[in-house]
Design a protein around this ligand. Structure first.
Ligand code: MN
Length: 344
């Protein structure tokens, strides 16, 4: 069998690095750790570097075959992480479409001479930043994309229990536990295959979603209590100030997934969540059906992502951001046909 281009690149590489986006979510951590463990089973060492810390409920994914932790967090150990990237000759970029999504790692990644391979599922990848691009917006997650690549370009024999578990975790996160981006049968065939390889689906769900702290639950309760609903525009949103996050003992990852609760209300098709961070307001947008939050986030909030799930940033105050958003709601509703009909 002819050796694939990807296989050749991996075999020639001496110093492989795996990076993902800022605020790594389950798909970013899952795909990074799946690739790390896959490579190590094939006899290739690599290093996993994350821009900043990831959520507590994902810590258990950071493990190699010997049960040791392997992730290096740039924010924690900048000089160590930068030295490793500077020495790399191959960098895998997982779960983002543009190097700017790695925030403080962007500059050093851009200046690196290493070959860069993108594996992702976001709209409009910046293909000129990479030497090889595997991108498909039709898959559920980067983990599903990676699974397909292992089958088409690499060697599925090496998908063992650890790799299968990491891959499944990313799928779980990015489909909201199989509630969106999961209409295609290939995904379920993949899960069946992963189960055959040792995956315990119930165990993954328990570890990821039943391990929140009490404070995270209180934070969720606070957000639900304050939710603003604009029924006439089928829109709901929530927000948290820096001070409130402090009072609610905020830990990284605590706000993940909260925006989705807005869509749980009958008739709501457009949801937003604003949180006040160090130097910006972090914005999360969700929608159902044809309402396109990717376009919205790109146009008004310096962001993007997927049609039904996108993120962005705002560099004005929280109050000003909310005012701006309020003004945009009727516009969005008009443009996406949300007025007087539930868009499904
Ligand atoms: Mn993803």
């Amino acid at each position: 069998m002819k050796m694939s281009k990807l296989k050749k690149i991996i075999e020639r590489a001496q110093n492989i690095v795996i990076v993902c986006h800022f605020n790594p979510d389950g798909d970013a951590v899952g795909s990074s750790m799946a690739l790390y463990n896959y490579l190590s089973l094939t006899g290739k060492k690599s290093q996993v570097i994350f821009p900043n810390h990831f959520a507590r409920n994902l810590f258990w994914l950071d493990v190699n075959a010997n049960g040791e932790k392997v992730v290096i967090v740039h924010e924690e150990k900048p000089s160590k992480a930068e030295k490793i990237i500077a020495n790399a000759d191959l960098i895998f970029c997982l779960d983002f479409q543009d190097l700017n999504r790695t925030e403080k790692l962007e500059k050093i990644l851009k200046s690196s001479k290493a070959k860069k391979i993108l594996i992702d599922h976001h709209i409009s990848p910046a293909t000129d930043q990479f030497d090889l691009v595997f991108s498909d917006i039709g898959v559920s997650s980067t983990c599903e994309m990676l699974y397909r690549i292992i089958y088409s370009e690499l060697n599925p024999e090496f998908i063992n229990k650890i790799v299968a578990t990491c891959l499944y975790s990313g799928v779980c996160t990015d489909t909201g536990s199989f509630s969106f981006s999961c209409r295609h049968k290939e995904l379920f065939l993949m899960v069946a295959d992963l189960i055959e390889r040792g995956l315990d689906t119930v165990d993954v769900h328990q570890k990821m979603f039943d391990t929140y702290s009490l404070w995270r639950m209180k934070l969720l309760g606070f957000c639900l209590e304050r939710m603003v609903v604009k029924a006439e525009y089928h829109t709901a949103y929530m927000y948290l100030s820096k001070e409130e996050m402090k009072q609610l003992h905020y830990q990284p990852g605590d706000t993940e997934g909260i925006v989705n609760y807005c869509l749980g209300i009958e008739g709501i098709c457009f949801a937003a969540f604003f949180t006040e961070r160090e130097n910006r307001i972090r914005c999360s947008f969700r929608s159902t059906g044809d309402a396109d939050v990717n376009v919205f986030a790109r146009e008004y909030f310096d962001g993007g992502g997927h049609k039904n799930a996108a993120g962005g940033s705002s560099y004005i105050s929280l109050k000003e951001t909310l005012d701006k958003f309020e003004k945009l709601i009727p516009l969005f509703a008009q443009k996406n046909g949300l007025i007087n009909n539930k868009n499904q």
